[in-house]
Design a binder for this molecule. Structure first.
Ligand SMILES: [Zn+2]
Length: 423
């Protein structure tokens, strides 16, 4: 692997040189203009005088292959939307997932995401697409038996088969078990998934308390228990659980999620679009001990996979509904999309420090959004758009350079071709 020197980059508002060796950040030193490593050291030197360097994003909840389902459910509510999505998904093929995931990876790379936590069908094809694109995939086998015990047994067998297959995967991809939601998976399968994940040290990904209806239905079905109380009664929670949405929470729910150190993923744009709600209890979850992360959800509901947009919206909505301009301060906001995600997934990335994996982005600061005395991070999140992200590195390897991604036109052309065969 090539060693790389990022020369004179703006990092936390000072100029530094960053050395990357074997995919790892090997040094961060104050930049001295005009000094370069000797040619014998064989560094690929990148002039970063007009760039800021930041850790790349970690999208903690998405359904990548929904990238060709943008706009299929506009102006309808969540449960109507879900029925429509399930109807479309009944016709998708492994080939569709491969091309749709490639398209999603292209968008994620262009918008600064180097790791994504996916929940979708046909995992082998999704994984193939992601690895070809050079992005780090976290992939689920998804249990979603629609409360059919016979189907549940089949899916558990399949899940074990995929887990065994994953033992041969290279380190760059990670296998996770997903329980789609409490309303779509039999109790026996939920209990099995929690036990299997604990036994094999796997992360457990679930949609949790996304809508008020989910909470009301759960209370009616399970002796007044909320979805959080119900899952706790099944022994589901641990710091390995990644709970997407976690939106409709009682005080007791917050206490439970905090006590177990659950990773709660905020998906603001999806929640707003489907009118699932917007009063995400960021302060309370953080203070209780939960690890709050950020995701986009799939393009079927959020319409894009842009983490920078998600970050800005999340902060604006927190400030608005709390009527508190101090809510979700910048550094915490940025951590939800970077270091908190790394912590949730057990990855040695998410921040730029010596010894960490070189997952990072270069941001073009030579434009109007950054002509300001404010911190770069403020201008990046609140002023700029993701088209200022110039280059992206995953595992010490460039997967976008100067806004160019290998094979971009082919990825778009192939996706369009496959889309035309489906609808
Ligand atoms: Zn989702």
């Amino acid at each position: 692997m090539n060693d790389i020197l990022l020369k004179n980059a703006l990092f936390e508002d000072r100029r530094v040189d960053i050395y990357i060796h074997d995919g790892i950040i090997a040094g961060i030193t104050p930049s001295v203009p005009g000094t370069f490593p000797s040619p014998a050291e064989k560094y690929e030197t990148v002039d970063c005088s007009s760039k800021a360097v930041l850790p790349s994003f970690i999208n903690m909840h998405t359904h990548a292959a929904m990238s060709m389902m943008r706009g299929v459910g506009e102006d309808i509510n969540f449960h109507e939307w879900l029925a429509r999505i399930w109807q479309i998904e009944s016709g998708i093929t492994p080939e569709y997932v491969y091309y749709a995931t490639r398209l999603a990876c292209l968008e994620m790379i262009k918008t600064g995401t180097a790791t994504f936590n996916d929940q979708y069908w046909h995992m082998p094809q999704a994984r193939k697409a992601a690895l070809e694109m050079g992005i780090r995939p976290v992939l689920s086998y998804v249990l979603c038996d629609r409360m059919n015990p016979a189907e549940s047994k089949i899916q558990i067998r399949e899940c074990i088969r995929h887990y065994e297959e994953s033992l041969k995967w290279p380190e760059k991809s990670q296998f996770v078990i997903s329980v789609h939601a409490i309303y779509s998976v039999c109790e026996e399968a939920i209990v099995w998934a929690a036990g299997f994940a604990a036994e094999h040290g796997l992360k457990l990904h679930v949609h949790l308390s996304e809508t008020e209806k989910e909470v009301l239905d759960c209370k009616a079905a399970h002796n007044g228990m909320t979805p959080v109380e119900y899952l706790e009664s099944l022994g589901f929670f641990s710091p390995d659980v990644i709970a997407a949405h976690s939106l409709w929470l009682s005080d007791k729910d917050v206490e439970i999620l905090g006590r177990h150190g659950v990773n709660c993923v905020h998906n603001i744009n999806s929640n707003l679009k489907l009118t699932s709600g917007y009063r995400f209890r960021y302060n309370e979850l953080r203070d209780a001990g939960a690890n709050v992360c950020l995701g986009t959800d799939g393009c079927g509901s959020s319409n894009n996979l842009d983490m920078l947009e998600a970050m800005k919206t999340a902060a604006m909505v927190q400030k608005a509904w709390r009527e508190d301009a101090t809510a979700m301060p910048l550094n915490e906001l940025f951590a939800t999309g970077t270091s908190n995600g790394a912590r949730a997934l057990g990855l040695n990335s998410g921040s730029l420090e010596v010894g960490r994996i070189a997952d990072l982005m270069l941001v073009d600061i030579d434009n109007w959004n950054f002509i300001s005395t404010a911190p770069t991070l403020a201008n990046f999140i609140y002023s700029a758009h993701s088209d200022c992200i110039d280059s992206l590195m995953c595992n010490g390897r460039w997967i976008m350079k100067n806004r160019m991604v290998d094979g971009e036109r082919d990825i778009i052309r192939d996706a369009r071709k496959v889309l035309n065969t489906i609808y």
